[in-house]
Write a new protein. Structure first.
Length: 81
């Protein structure tokens, strides 16, 4: 459980930096990082991409998934405004 939270924290923070401040705050970025791990894992599976296991592989997958989620959330935010 702690492993997932650490990955989520780091992935969400990195994704927020990659998206240049388009994150939604610390808590939402952590949640985004955790959800991003699942999205990235699904997305890479659908594309037939295999990333090595371990901390760095999981972190990379989670960051990619978190960036995708932040992008989609920002699209919804623009539509709602």
């Amino acid at each position: 459980m702690v492993y997932i939270l650490v990955i989520g924290l780091v992935a969400g923070s990195i994704a927020g930096l990659i998206m240049r401040g388009k994150g939604f705050g610390f808590i939402i970025n952590v949640i985004d990082g955790i959800a991003g791990a699942f999205v990235g894992n699904w997305l890479f599976g659908e594309l037939g991409i295999h990333v090595s296991s371990g901390f760095l592989g999981t972190l990379f997958t989670a960051v990619i998934g978190a960036v995708v989620l932040l992008f989609v959330l920002n699209l919804f935010k623009k539509i709602m405004d």
